[in-house]
Design a protein around this ligand. Sequence first.
Ligand SMILES: CC(C)(COP(=O)(O)OP(=O)(O)OC[C@H]1O[C@@H](n2cnc3c(N)ncnc32)[C@H](O)[C@@H]1OP(=O)(O)O)[C@@H](O)C(=O)NCCC(=O)NCCS
Length: 225
Amino acid sequence: MLGRLVPVTVAWAETREDRPDTELFPIERVALGRAVPKRRREFTAGRACARRALERLGAPVVAIPSGERGEPRWPDGVVGSITHCEGYRAGAVAWSTALASLGIDAEPDAPLPEGVLEVVAHGRELDLVAGGDGRVDVGRLLFSAKEAIYKAWSPLATGRLSFEDAEVALDLADGTFRARLLVPGPVVGGVRLDELHGRWAVEDGVIGTAVTIHAHGRAGGSGIT
Ligand SMILES: CC(C)(COP(=O)(O)OP(=O)(O)OC[C@H]1O[C@@H](n2cnc3c(N)ncnc32)[C@H](O)[C@@H]1OP(=O)(O)O)[C@@H](O)C(=O)NCCC(=O)NCCS
């Protein structure tokens, strides 16, 4: 699925099965601590995908510790993102000379738990969700797009980005979305970003979203180049 969502400058790996023989680096094992088995499985499989992606990029295949905000810490010169949900794990990386940042997210194609949509959707987004779509749960898609936006935005900024800080317009026909930042965006290559672009797809019950930001400050996403 990720191949439909990211430009060719991105190396990626995804899986729908966890392999019990996957090893973690000691620093990653420490970060994981005494996590419950479900968390251990998703973390380990996410790291395995991320390392496969690093290998495909031609970057060093190293430990990927977690930073203070939970973000994966990539080797020098690499940007990337990890996601996992029930039945799907993925990692994606690119050279920082090509992309300033990227964010990927996966969610089950099913309604959000009660009360979550009210937190996620605001303003015109509520009309989008109310309009619905026969092929995908639009509320969950909106949530996933916002998670991918957050993951792409986070390494370039300080502080949090709340759900109401980005207004997302989903194009349900062509698998793209745009997010207008309602707070000052990060400056990339001398350009202040006020909009981020992404792509989405749904495959075998899983929604995938990806947001890429070009190294010279252009919001990526709508054209796969
Ligand atoms: C951090 C967050 C985005 C993770 O998304 P999620 O859908 O819950 O979970 P996913 O499985 O898709 O992604 C988890 C991975 O995200 C990555 N991640 C965590 N924090 C991150 C951050 N600050 N920046 C980038 N990536 C981050 C990690 O790799 C994590 O996996 P790992 O702990 O196994 O390494 C989410 O929990 C969160 O805090 N959201 C609130 C902020 C937000 O979304 N605002 C909306 C802005 S419009």
